[in-house]
Write a protein that binds this ligand. Structure first.
Ligand code: NAD
Ligand code: GLY
Length: 368
């Protein structure tokens, strides 16, 4: 079990990573279970697989669950579901001092976090992430949002959770593809700031992907530690530190947009390909050598993630992908920051990338 503090200017909270945590939630989160019933938002899959463990855990504290269930999938990060959820919270009498629990992946965490940010100008919430992506990324750091017709995550708020409890048992029911998608974010932490972690992942792929308890916990805890450190250095993404977490996301976002943010390419798969492209583009700019970009490709490959843009069957050209990039919310004064590599284990933000060169580069990648 690992307890990782997230230290921010105005608050501090912990992320607990370990096994059997939901069934023993009373032991870890007693101070948040101070009422006879607990408000829990979950998607149908998270509830059906892990709702009972949470009920057992809460019952030990004499707490009964008041569920709000939403449909699984990205479409629940919508105005409509937000309205239903906030109206339910008001109807149930949730107060500013209360804690609302989010049991599920990034969709449930983002939706519930945003609802809690705006309910009565802010109530508390607790993340109970049940996907690998949510455990290592979305549940930590306080970014909350819903999607609109204009794009993903464009309506949201920074609203930090009071506690994150990442029960690794929940990962054993996760579909393989969702699990692999989460590994992309784990690899990202090695690549952007910790070469020895990247090498450790490379050497232990087999054990980690076969869900060895100890190594899986180590991979997740190390990822959370890196995220916690970066968030504490730049909570509101103002200095460029937190922007490093977007490694692979600029190229990845363009690929997701081109495939309609659909099951064709999951977010983590797009990030994996985006990291390969960021490494290869870093090589093109002379920031890293060929051996390093090939190593990035190899590790992504070993985790069963897509590592060649030509393998996903896009029919568009580089121009179209660059056009998608220009709609990225990271655009600032007409400039699109790229997160590139100085070396494995060190990323940096580059502001003056020549987009016509990126177009040529992508055309080359698409046809190779
Ligand atoms: P998700 O929440 O849609 O979960 C993926 C699928 O797994 C869903 O079908 C879900 O029902 C199912 N599922 C969840 N837990 C399960 C379990 N334990 N067993 C079986 N099935 C389970 O997707 P995700 O990948 O967790 O999160 C993606 C979302 O996260 C996106 O909306 C993205 O924008 C957001 N995100 C947010 C941040 C942030 O900092 N806030 C960071 C990265 C991603
Ligand atoms: N997932 C990127 C961030 O939290 O900043």
């Amino acid at each position: 079990m690992a307890l990782i503090p997230v230290k921010l200017a105005k608050q501090e909270y912990n992320v607990l990573v370990g096994h059997n945590l939901l069934e023993n939630i009373r032991d870890h989160a007693a101070r948040f279970l101070n009422k006879k019933s607990a408000y829990v938002v979950a998607d149908e899959n998270a509830r059906s697989h892990h709702g009972e463990s949470l009920e057992i855990g809460m019952a030990k504290a004499g707490v009964e669950i008041n569920w709000f269930e939403v449909a699984a999938g990205e479409s629940s990060k919508s105005w409509e579901t937000l309205q239903k959820l906030t109206e339910w919270m008001l109807h149930e009498g949730v107060e500013r001092g209360d804690y609302v629990f989010a049991l599920g992946g990034g969709v449930i965490g983002d939706l519930t976090g945003f609802a809690c940010a705006i309910l009565k100008r802010g109530c508390h919430f607790i993340q109970l992430p049940t996907t690998l992506l949510a455990q290592v990324d979305s549940s930590v750091g306080g970014k909350t949002a819903i999607n609109t017709a204009a794009g993903k995550n464009l309506i949201g708020a920074f609203h930090q959770p009071s506690f994150v409890l990442a029960d690794l048992n929940t990962l054993y029911t996760l579909p393989d593809r969702e699990m692999r998608s989460g590994y992309a974010e784990v690899i990202k932490y090695g690549l952007l700031g910790d070469e020895s972690f990247f090498n450790w992942l490379n050497n232990n792929v087999g054990h980690i992907t076969s869900l060895d308890h100890k190594l899986l916990e180590q991979a997740i805890a190390t990822s959370v530690r890196t995220k916690a450190r970066i968030v504490s250095e730049d909570e509101y993404e103002l200095t460029g530190r937190r922007a490093l977490l977007n490694l692979g996301h600029t190229f990845g976002h363009a690929l997701e947009a081109e495939t309609g943010f659909s099951q064709t390419l999951l977010h983590g798969e797009a990030v994996a390909l985006g990291m390969v492209l960021a490494a290869r583009y870093s090589e093109r700019l002379g920031l890293i050598d060929k051996g390093h970009s090939e190593k990035v490709t190899m590790v992504i490959d070993k985790f069963g993630l897509p590592s060649a843009i030509s393998s996903i069957g896009l029919s568009c050209g580089g121009e179209k992908l660059v056009e998608h990039m220009l709609h990225d919310k990271k655009m600032k004064e007409g400039n699109l920051p790229f997160i590139l590599l100085n070396k494995i284990g060190e990323a940096k933000v580059i502001h003056d990338v020549d987009l016509s060169d990126v177009t040529k580069f992508l055309n080359g990648e698409l046809s190779s």
